[in-house]
Design a protein around this ligand. Structure first.
Ligand SMILES: [Zn+2]
Length: 115
């Protein structure tokens, strides 16, 4: 199982950035994460076959590492959904940048602080 090195909320692009150990970055739009919410309420709604109500401009307020996954706090009150790393990985890999899209400078660089 892959565990991200770190995740970052990018309000500018309304996406969660998932940094994987191999240096690639997955970009997960808030709306996509919201519709993939796995909290009890959303799971029940999906089991009932009801289309998830999806606020168009949902914001992600917080992303808290929580043992086996990431707890995502949305501004519409959904904050109990834990996204297991494997689930997040599957979502992120679908949205993963190709190598050509990667920004330079993602590798650690030794700098001479005395220069
Ligand atoms: Zn939910």
């Amino acid at each position: 199982m892959n565990v991200p090195e770190y995740v970052a909320i990018d309000p500018a692009s309304a996406a969660l950035l998932v940094h994987w150990p191999d240096g690639t970055v997955g970009r997960l739009p808030f709306a996509e994460l919201r519709s993939a919410c796995m909290c009890a309420q959303c799971r029940k709604r999906k089991l009932d076959g009801r289309a998830p109500s999806q606020p168009p401009n949902v914001q992600l307020l917080d992303a808290r590492p929580s043992g086996y996954g990431l707890q995502l706090v949305f501004d519409d009150g959904h904050e109990r959904g834990i996204f297991p790393w494997t689930y997040l990985e599957r979502l992120a890999r679908g949205a993963r940048h190709t190598a050509g899209d990667q920004e330079p400078g993602t590798q650690p660089i030794c700098t001479d602080l005395d220069a």
